[in-house]
Design a binder for this molecule. Structure first.
Ligand SMILES: [Zn+2]
Ligand SMILES: [Zn+2]
Length: 874
């Protein structure tokens, strides 16, 4: 058998990834649904503009473990992949492309622009799915979906119309975050907030027919042109006499009322606040409360409107400068003080957003949120871990209506038509030819498109054929599990819950497992500016996909953030190599032996190592299955790591190697070893699919028994293997060998020399064959006695040979001890020199000094120990 000395994942991984897809292993046959349990998941659809980042890889790795585990347990498993059309993101990509050609989308026109985006999608939109293929994710590519597919677009229309018919969608004037660059309303979560140094300007307003004036403080003087009132707090005694009076708005000389409203904070500035209902969310509410006029002085392009009088046409920041200059000239600018202001910027383009009133489409969220909260409260949807639940409830209880219209050209166009004749709106599933209200043909579709989260909110059921009651929808909905990062709980998870319950009458998923963010080794968030981004494509090439997977899994305790260190991935690579080498040893030895073929049967052996490893395997099997059922993926991965490395490779195989050299019992040894090994590969497969597939295929050439074509279709070990026999004798063997190694190290005995030793054991005796294994691994020639009067389980005494040999040994040991002591003495003196230097001690950080003192104590202890050993030799 050809078996390479070093495992090179790069040679095997692309091959298996491709073979899994070509063999159509992960396309569930719906016909089996009657006889078996069903497990289904949808992939969180990545942006079609995106490329794979480490957060995706964590998502996909955990999902793949879950999918492979359920599939191997015989469940009908569907993991559905796809991508999101990503409204603003795609818009910007293609607009940039146009800009490079000196074009704008307005010049191109809506139809042509949409065509360009589709063209872009055909050319580049496959990048992210290619990368998901590279990961080896066991998704069903035959069911791949895109949010703009005809089927999904139909689902979007259906959902919109149903919500409209139930009165859950309405059109309204609303204060929205407007991005003047992107020319669209953006949601709160699409804005970034930051505190920056700014100013508080104090402006004097005159009270007509009196000598009195009031001073108003503002951070945005350009909005004053839109002021329609001043307010004071109802309880503010300073201004009680002004209730119901008016003030003159400087520059424009407009007379505006002074009102009492609790919105005014007596402690802010002078306690008098200007009200600009068209340009501030709080003022918008106050304007509605008092029936004030809404004067829009800043337009969608962030330039001043005609209502701004002499400032019309100016950019908002230029207008600010001119207004301040004018106020200063007229003496109405009383005071300027530094002040920290909070500004909101567009997440995409960093432009400062402008709160603007516009007519938008909204979803009434309260009734939807009530159903979603109920689903969580009643346990129909479970959060794992559940410590996120309070945050969820708090957010849902305070939910605001969702502005779903976007002024973009790429996305699902709102299925509403405006009649130019009677001004009525018609919302319909099919494009109407005439206005149902007045029979006019003067109809025009609403220009806005829906927020991307509207279609991704339908993802768990629109992908399965809803609104039709398709076979797939009936079998796979509700989905079993959603795995995602905590960061999109509100963006996405809650929307799927609300829209799923409203549209299908059922929950979209039964369980939600939320993992933390992947951070760098110093627990910092990864970002391009910090340069600490781990690119999954690079590390997959460097360490192998399996190594990155196991590193991510072991680091991923549910809910907590993940510090991904390079040495974890290196360790993952070493782990893959360890298993590869163990396999090589097994396979090559088997080829050399006369054992021709093997049938799995782990529990027939009478050897002590087999009883022990079977017991360990049973425990690992139980732990792994329980951990996976409870979404403790890190625990499952760690358990298998320990079993493979420390139990199977370090102990079991070391002992079996010696057995293979003996003449007797070969069939029994091979059957046991290969059976354990094969079960171990199956256990490990969901975690390291590539390596285990490669090894399993090689192993299968050694057997004539019928087997599935891929390890991913083999049975997952769930039940314990038959009663394993007593693991205690082998545990005793391990203890004796460990004890021998410790004694050797303590006495500085040459690790390669074989010594004589007497072993007394309480209530047990090793068979001659087992004893010879102890002797070989401990490098001892052992004389064994059973002695039931021992208090400990055993006692191992080294006999350091006859006088001459003893003398030679003593000399050798003395040499080693003296060398050791000299080194420790030097280290001690060095430390003392530093500690006795008063300048150093006074200037060095306390932590350093403390650690030096600790080191000094350690050197002293080592010296004392060696001194004692030396005395023992004499
Ligand atoms: Zn923007
Ligand atoms: Zn009409």
């Amino acid at each position: 058998m050809q078996f390479e000395k070093v495992y090179e994942p790069q040679r095997f991984e692309p091959h298996w990834a491709q073979w899994w897809i070509e063999s159509r292993l992960y396309e569930p046959d719906a016909g089996r649904a009657r006889d078996t349990r069903v497990f289904s998941m949808v992939i969180p659809p990545p942006n079609v503009t995106g490329s794979l980042h480490i957060g995706h890889m964590l998502d996909h790795t955990i999902m793949d473990v879950a999918a492979r585990w359920h599939r191997m347990k015989g469940e009908l498993t569907l993991w559905l992949p796809g991508t999101d059309h990503a409204g603003i993101a795609t818009h910007m990509v293609v607009e940039r492309q146009l800009a490079a050609e000196g074009l704008t989308r307005q010049q191109l026109g809506r139809g042509e622009f949409e065509r360009r985006i589709w063209q872009w999608k055909e050319e580049y939109g496959g990048r992210i799915t290619c990368q998901i293929r590279r990961e080896g994710a066991s998704v069903d590519w035959s069911r791949e979906r895109f949010t703009m597919d005809p089927g999904l677009s139909r689902a979007v229309r259906e959902a919109f119309v149903r919500l409209w018919e139930k009165g859950l969608i309405y059109r309204g004037e609303y204060m929205v975050n407007w991005c003047p660059r992107c020319q669209t309303a953006i949601s709160d979560v699409e804005t970034a907030h930051q505190a920056v140094p700014g100013h508080l300007w104090h402006i004097r307003y005159a009270i007509p027919n009196s000598n009195e004036t009031v001073v108003v403080a503002t951070t945005r003087p350009e909005t004053m042109l839109g002021d329609t009132a001043l307010i004071v707090h109802p309880e503010d005694e300073r201004y009680r006499h002004l209730h119901g009076k008016t003030a003159i708005l400087p520059l424009l000389n407009r007379e505006i009322p002074i009102l009492a409203d609790p919105l005014a904070d007596p402690k802010f500035g002078t306690g008098v606040v200007k009200v600009t209902p068209a340009h501030d969310p709080n003022d918008f509410e106050a304007g509605k409360r008092h029936g004030l006029p809404f004067i829009k002085v800043i337009g969608e392009d962030a330039r001043m409107t005609n209502a701004a009088g002499p400032y019309a046409g100016l950019d908002r920041f230029e207008a600010r400068k001119r207004i301040l200059a004018a106020l200063e000239a007229s003496g109405e600018l009383v005071k300027v003080e530094p002040y920290t202001v909070n500004i909101a910027t567009c997440d995409r383009c960093k432009t400062i957003v402008e709160p603007l009133i516009s007519t938008q489409w909204f979803v009434r969220m309260k009734p939807l949120a009530a159903k979603a909260m109920d689903a969580v409260r009643s346990g129909r949807i479970r959060f794992v871990p559940d410590d996120r639940e309070p945050v969820f409830f708090q957010w849902m209880e305070n939910i605001r209506d969702w502005c779903i219209s976007r002024q973009l050209w790429w996305g699902h166009r709102i299925p509403a038509w405006h009649c130019h004749n009677c001004q009525q709106i018609t919302v319909a599933r099919e494009t109407p030819a005439i206005c149902p209200h007045c029979h006019s043909t003067e109809l025009e579709q609403d220009p806005d498109v829906l927020d991307t989260w509207f279609s991704s909110g339908l993802w768990p059921f629109s992908t399965l054929g809803w609104p039709d009651q398709t076979e797939d929808f009936k079998i796979f909905y509700p989905t079993s599990l959603l795995i995602t990062g905590f960061d999109i709980l509100f963006f996405w998870v809650s929307k799927m819950m609300m829209l799923g319950l409203e549209c299908t009458g059922d929950i979209p998923f039964r369980e939600v497992h939320m993992h933390g963010l992947v951070r760098d080794a110093e627990r910092q968030k990864m970002s391009k500016t910090k340069g600490n981004v781990i690119d999954p494509l690079i590390v997959m090439d460097r360490f192998g996909t399996d190594a990155v997977r196991i590193a991510l899994l072991i680091s991923a305790a549910a809910g907590a953030d993940i510090a991904l260190k390079e040495d974890r991935m290196e360790a993952g690579q070493a782990f893959a190599n360890k298993l590869w080498n163990a396999s090589r040893l097994l396979f090559l030895n088997m080829e050399r032996s006369n054992v021709a073929s093997w049938t799995p049967s782990p529990a027939t052996s009478t050897y002590i190592e087999d009883a022990w490893i079977l017991d360990a395997l049973n425990r690992a099997t139980e732990t792994v299955n329980r951990a996976l059922a409870q979404h403790r993926y890190h625990e499952a991965a760690q358990t298998l790591w320990d079993f493979v490395w420390h139990e199977f490779c370090d102990w079991y195989l070391e002992v079996k190697k010696l057995r293979f050299r003996e003449g007797t019992g070969q069939d029994e040894h091979w059957t046991a070893a290969l059976s354990i090994y094969e079960a171990m590969l199956r256990l490990l497969h969901p975690f390291m699919p590539f390596l285990t597939e490669e090894l399993w295929q090689r192993l299968e050439t050694l057997t004539s028994a019928p087997h599935p074509k891929s390890i991913s279709l083999a049975n997952y070990p769930v039940e314990p293997f038959r009663a394993a026999g007593d693991p205690a004798p082998f545990a005793l063997l391990q203890n004796v060998i460990d004890n021998a190694r410790e004694q050797r190290a303590d006495r500085k005995l040459d690790p390669k020399t074989t010594f004589q030793a007497a072993l007394r054991i309480k209530g047990y005796e090793f068979s001659p064959a087992d004893l010879s294994i102890v002797s070989t691994l401990a490098r001892l020639t052992i004389e064994q006695h059973r002695s039931d009067d021992l208090t400990a389980a055993f006692d191992l005494q080294f006999k350091l040979g006859d006088a001459s040999q003893n003398g030679a040994l003593t000399e050798e040991a003395r040499g080693r001890i003296l060398k050791d002591m000299a080194r420790q003495q030097r280290a001690l003196e060095n430390t003392d020199r530093q500690l006795n230097d008063p300048t150093f001690v006074s200037r060095a950080p306390e932590k350093i000094v403390a650690s030096l003192r600790a080191k000094r104590a350690e050197y002293e202890a080592q010296l004392a120990k060696n001194k004692k050993l030396l005395e023992g030799l004499e």
